[in-house]
Design a protein around this ligand. Structure first.
Ligand code: PEP
Ligand code: MG
Length: 549
């Protein structure tokens, strides 16, 4: 039996299934039997228990997982939820249903806000389910315990579950729900764990059943034949072969620089240790999300110099502030927008605050001069030649010698032949390019299936940029998540990308995959992908061709 889904990473795992229990059902809307005061104190005890449990889990982890768990712990203590649930109890509901409905209306509110707030809705559901489980006296579904390695099969994993994952035991993850940007997918990528998400058919898998989880092929093979098992093991062995941290290169020696995506200076040294040849994207807006006033040139210079220092003598590409949509910066002002992703974002907002943009460019030049990096500066959300010329002229006038743009608005890819001669480099932002090409909000789980950079429409736009870059003789990078998907990275090189930038944890897998293909083969794979009818077909065609070769 073959079950299809969205593959994450390039790993292949073989093992026995262990299922996580199905989510507990919605509580019945039954009237309370106890008096209101008793139900209210049950409610408060359950919420306090959930908050404490999530806070305790937060204390065991760090980074993004800790932030999510701490935020969830606060959700369980949110006064508006407590008041709403208490009112529902007073009106006659039992505590289970009252808290379920109170979280439900909170959820609707968050979804209405859109963007990053809507993304929190799934975290809220997890808090709600844990609280209802406590009130009902049942255990919330947990990662099953086993002393043997296993393939974890679940409906979906909440942040609290993923934080508790024992990587010595879990060989791979298969979930029925979730898209390529779900928590499960992000965690799996960070930890190089093979995963298939959105695999609805995995509900038919039983505990103990042997499966092959083939992330590059985006499928799970249940009860594999001997030949299928041998094939999977051979491919896994070659993927596991150690690969030294050499510069990125194709099998024919073509150098494809492998660069790091960074959000701040703290990741810089670890990126180098993981083999980053430079930085392909420093997202600067994350440094200032908590600032009410624009940072001074001196403050910015110091922060950029910290991030640059480990890369002296190497290429560092910085993106100027990409504010708007889900990343609002108070000092760039913002008005309510119906569709913020289509609003005053990126260069559009900076152009209205040229003083802020000018200061940032001055600080970047000063940090370059202090640290001796090979600085490139690029603008986000550039739509056409007018915006490109504006940014290039300003950046050059302030001393930036390598000026580029991101290609993430589809118009910039369509017009790449006009834009490439104006700049020193282009970097394809596949996250936004996919969102805008497929008209699918990247923050919205319900359209996650559309948010797939393997889509031939996205790849055809990337090809336009690759061709324009080659004609103009400038480098074309990719800095969206797609660059960290090893097979897709090969396809992007076949479409004309000359350098790839990604989360440092993904560098090794991409380096290993590139080494297995010549430029001519990458171009053949790219031709297959752009001719496909869908993202799934493109991925499957490319995987099949590689499996045959
Ligand atoms: C992109 O859009 O692909 C990108 C790299 O930028 P961000 O994810 O920060 O929008
Ligand atoms: Mg972007």
């Amino acid at each position: 039996m073959r079950i299809n889904g969205i593959g994450v990473g390039r790993g292949i795992a073989v093992g026995a299934v262990l299922r996580m229990a199905e989510p507990i059902p919605d509580p019945l809307d039954s009237p309370r039997v106890a008096d209101a005061a008793t139900e209210r104190s049950r409610l408060l005890a359950a919420l306090a228990g959930t908050a404490a449990e999530l806070a305790a889990r937060a204390a065991l982890v760090d980074g993004a997982a800790r932030d999510v768990l701490e935020a969830q712990s606060l959700m369980a203590q949110d006064p508006s939820v407590i008041d709403d649930a208490a009112r529902r109890i007073d009106a006659g509901q039992c505590a289970e249903r009252a808290v379920f409905d109170a979280f439900g209306s909170y959820r609707t509110l968050l979804e209405g806000l859109g963007g990053a707030m809507a993304e929190r809705a799934a975290d809220l559901d997890d808090v709600c389910r844990r609280t209802v489980a406590r009130l009902s006296g049942v255990k919330a579904p947990e990662i099953p315990a086993s002393d043997r390695p296993f393939v974890l099969v679940a409906h979906d994993l909440a942040p609290a579950d993923t934080a508790a994952l024992d990587l010595d035991r879990v060989l791979a993850i298969v979930t029925a729900a979730g898209g390529p940007t779900s928590h499960t997918a992000i965690l799996a990528k960070q930890r190089s764990l093979p995963a298939i998400v959105g695999a609805a058919g995995c509900r038919d898998l039983a505990d103990g059943q042997l499966v092959v989880v083939d992330a590059p092929a985006g499928c799970v093979v249940a009860d594999p034949s001997r030949a299928e098992l041998a094939g999977a093991r051979a491919r896994r062995a070659s993927a596991d072969a150690p690969c030294a941290s050499t510069p990125g290169a194709l099998a024919d020696g073509t150098h494809i620089p492998l660069l790091a995506n960074l959000g701040d200076a703290t990741d810089a040294s670890s990126a180098l240790a993981l083999g980053a040849e430079g930085v392909g994207l420093l997202r600067t807006e994350f440094l200032y999300l908590d600032h009410q006033a624009a940072p001074s040139v001196a403050e910015q210079t110091a922060r950029y110099a910290d991030a640059f220092r480990p890369f002296t003598g190497r290429r560092v590409i910085v993106r100027v502030l990409d504010a708007g949509a889900d990343k609002q910066l108070a000092f760039l002002g913002h008005e309510h927008e119906q569709n913020p992703a289509l609003g005053r974002r990126g260069l559009r907002a900076l152009r209205e605050h040229e003083g802020v943009l000018g200061d940032q460019l001055r600080a970047l030049v000063a940090a370059r001069d202090l640290t001796g990096v090979e600085l490139g500066v690029m603008a986000p959300m550039v739509a056409d030649a007018d915006e490109t010329e504006y940014f290039v002229a300003l950046a050059r006038s302030l001393g930036v010698s390598s000026v580029g743009i991101t290609a993430e608005v589809p118009s910039s890819a369509v017009l790449a032949d006009q834009l490439a001669p104006l700049v020193d480099f282009i970097s394809i932002g596949t996250n936004d390019l996919t969102q805008y090409t497929l008209a699918a909000d990247r923050m919205l789980g319900s359209v996650a299936a559309f948010q797939d950079p393997w889509h031939p429409a996205v790849l055809r736009l990337a090809r336009l940029v690759g061709q324009a870059g080659a004609t103009a003789g400038i480098p074309v990078g990719v800095c969206g998540e797609a660059a960290g998907d090893p097979l897709l990275a090969v396809v992007l090189v076949g479409l004309g990308a000359t350098e790839l930038s990604m989360s440092p944890a993904l560098l090794a897998d991409v380096r290993a995959e590139l080494a297995g293909h010549t430029l001519a083969q990458a171009r053949e794979l790219a031709a297959l992908a752009v001719a496909a009818r869908s993202a799934a077909d493109a991925r499957a065609e490319v995987s099949r061709r590689i499996a045959r070769s």
